[in-house]
Write a protein that binds this ligand. Structure first.
Ligand SMILES: [Zn+2]
Ligand SMILES: [Zn+2]
Length: 134
């Protein structure tokens, strides 16, 4: 099974994820915008058994960003890396921190209801007000 490597900006945290993403999209929600400082966040969802933290656990900063979601970042360089969804057993990996390309590219725009109004979506991908039901 193809494995994809991911890391934070300073390299202290390294992880590996099987190339088995179940869904992927651009998230425009206000939490992703705040966490990343970017217009939107490209994320891919993968079942937690496909995810392995390789090194740097001592640098991992855990932030409970909502009841359903815990966000992980590097305490040293502040890269936001992934989030876990304990209710569903899914890990949402931020595609921007991957070092190789996943097979599944972003398929949709999510949470466009809270998109920054200065940003225009110019591609043809489907848009969802919230998180599309699988
Ligand atoms: Zn780091
Ligand atoms: Zn989001």
């Amino acid at each position: 099974m193809k494995k994809i490597h991911g890391s934070c900006l300073c390299g202290r945290i390294q992880f590996s994820v099987d190339d088995q993403f179940a869904y992927a999209g651009y998230c425009h929600c206000s939490m992703c915008r705040k966490a990343s400082g970017a217009t939107a966040s490209a994320i891919g969802g993968v079942s937690e058994e496909h995810f392995t933290l390789v090194t740097g656990e001592e640098h991992l900063h855990r932030y409970q960003r909502s009841e359903a979601s815990i966000s992980y970042s590097c305490a040293h360089c502040a890269s936001t890396l992934y989030g876990s969804k304990p209710d569903t057993g899914m890990i949402h990996v931020r595609y921007g921190v991957l070092d190789q390309s996943p097979t599944l590219t972003p398929q949709a725009h999510m949470h466009v209801g809270s998109k920054a109004d200065w940003y225009q979506i110019t591609d043809e991908l489907p848009q969802f007000e919230g998180f599309p039901s699988p």
